[in-house]
Design a protein around this ligand. Structure first.
Ligand code: C2O
Ligand code: CU
Ligand code: CU
Length: 511
């Protein structure tokens, strides 16, 4: 654990204001943009809405207005008046009804990120547009074998995804375990970032920042700045951590405490893994166990090099990425004091995860994620950077990838650009098979897979259970809004009989 005096050396956020102290309530921080944030308050958690008897019915009202952010009044976007919105606690097999009310000035919709539910109709359909002043009734049916884990919801209206999430629209979804993990307490920690003006409204974002993927000057946990968590020694806490930042990667550390990873994104590992650091690309989630030891520990996020525009732009000014000091940015303080707690019982073992490495592959594809100067040969002055997959920007009228239901496909995600792209597929998680040409030696499942600059990752996907149209895209949401997204349609096979999957093994690459 770091001695307390180290804190004064830590940098807070991208604006570079020195963090003077955490743990003292009411301290004000000037983020260089004039917004006076108050850090060091006790952690608060979003309202919990829990399903009962297989049902949950909720209303989410998206609107702009006064909300509390970083301990102060701000004017931002929110669901139900709070940032983050309420946490939905679900069970496998649940039927969930969400009435989305659009009180915003622009169309919106709702996406349940990571949930394995139908992308059609009134389910997780990102092609829906809910006009201002209207509402839409979503219904999600979780399969009885839905994996437990940490999920989240956010708007997915193409073109405004980055602005609306940056503005405050996001919330957590927890799918509970069938066999509970014995813990002293659970916490939901939604990490997000935002830049606010002195008047407390959302700061404008430059075209350059959008190209890089904007990073906010304030990094928040549950809408708070450097909140304080209290525990006794010997407790076991379960932290559900979501990286809801528009573009900012997290490399989390909690020195002096015992960290174990139960799972990443959806599902759980067979047994918890000891970890020192957890890297979360935008959209990724961590299911963490913290076994507490006496003292004060700082949850930090360390800088992650996600590439730069330098070689694209012919310069080295990849602005938009914040540059915290080498010790990173303080997210929260864990204060562990008092008499030791009784040791909690063992973590129940999980079934081994599914492994597609030996599954017959029905098709292979390559998706090339590229950035280039705009179509009109513009260059810096005129040009917008183009963000494409297989040479084309997103077009909601064009299906890019058609997959027969039940297929197991192998996709090579190739990044030809000088920046990382965290690639996300809706509805169906991806098993990572190979990274930078090296095979992965255990089954790793994620729904956001980082593809490093000028590198590639190979994944396998089992298109189980659902048909319909949905999307894959870069989860640096400015890139998604700029076109780095494709439409996928999963369809029943045509023909009088259902084909046996094995007959279709290796039918080769399809575009
Ligand atoms: Cu979290 Cu398509 O997104
Ligand atoms: Cu998603
Ligand atoms: Cu990207």
């Amino acid at each position: 654990m770091r001695p307390l005096s180290r804190r004064s050396a830590l940098m807070l956020g991208g604006a570079g204001a020195a963090a003077a102290a955490t743990g003292a309530a009411g301290l004000l921080w000037d983020q260089g943009m004039g917004f006076q944030a108050a850090g060091g308050l006790d952690l608060s958690e979003p309202q919990a809405l829990r399903s009962a008897d297989g049902r949950l019915q909720v209303k989410l009202s998206a609107a702009a207005g006064r909300v509390s952010i970083a301990g102060r009044d701000a004017t931002a976007l929110s669901y139900n008046g709070s940032v983050p919105g309420p946490t939905l606690f679900l069970q496998p097999g649940d039927r969930v009804n969400v009435t989305l009310e659009n009180g915003l000035a622009d169309p919106t919709n709702l996406h349940v990120h990571g949930l394995h539910v139908s992308p059609q109709g009134t389910s997780d359909n990102v092609l829906v547009s809910v006009e201002p002043g209207t509402s839409f009734n979503y219904e999600y049916r979780l399969p009885a074998n839905h994996p437990p884990g940490v999920y989240w919801y956010h708007p997915h209206h193409h073109g405004s995804v980055a602005d609306t999430i940056f503005g405050g629209l996001y919330g957590a979804i927890i799918v509970q375990d069938s066999q509970p993990v014995p813990v002293t307490r659970e916490r939901v920690l939604v990490i997000s970032d935002i830049s606010l003006t002195g008047g407390g409204s959302i700061a404008a974002v430059s075209a350059m920042e959008k190209m890089m993927g904007r990073e906010g000057a304030l990094v928040l946990v549950n809408g708070q700045l450097t909140p304080v968590l209290a525990a006794r020694p010997g407790e076991r806490e379960r932290w559900r951590v979501i990286n809801a930042c528009t573009s900012r990667y997290q490399k989390l550390r909690l020195d002096g405490q015992d960290l174990q990873l139960l799972g990443l994104d959806s599902g759980r590992y067979q047994s918890p893994r000891d970890v020192e650091e957890v890297v979360l690309a935008p959209g990724n989630r961590a299911d963490l166990l913290v076994t507490t030891a006496a003292g004060t520990a700082i949850l930090r996020t360390l800088p992650v090099d996600r590439g730069s525009m330098g070689s694209v732009m012919g310069g080295n000014n990849g602005s938009g990425q914040s540059r915290p000091g080498p010790d990173g940015t303080i997210l929260a303080t864990l204060s562990v004091t008092g008499s030791p707690a009784a040791a909690p019982g063992p973590v129940p073992a999980q079934q081994p995860p599914r492994d597609l490495r030996s599954a017959p592959v029905t098709a292979r594809r390559e998706l090339v994620f590229a950035m280039g100067m705009g179509m009109n040969g513009g260059g810096m002055g005129s040009g917008m950077m183009s963000f494409t997959i297989n040479g084309r920007p997103f077009d909601p009228a064009r299906v890019d990838t058609t997959v027969p239901a039940g297929a197991v496909e192998e996709w090579t995600l190739r990044n030809t650009s000088p920046m990382d792209h965290p690639v996300h597929l809706h509805v169906w998680p991806m098993q990572i098979i190979e990274q930078a040409g090296r095979p992965v030696d255990s089954p790793v499942w994620q729904d956001v897979v980082n593809v490093p600059a000028r590198s590639s990752v190979r994944v396998r996907i089992a298109f189980d259970d659902f048909t319909g149209k949905t999307v894959y895209h870069c989860h640096i949401l400015d890139h998604e809004d700029s076109g780095m997204m494709g439409l996928i349609e999963v369809r029943w096979r045509s023909g009088p009989t259902v084909l046996c999957m094995n007959e279709k093994t290796d039918e080769g690459a399809q575009q």
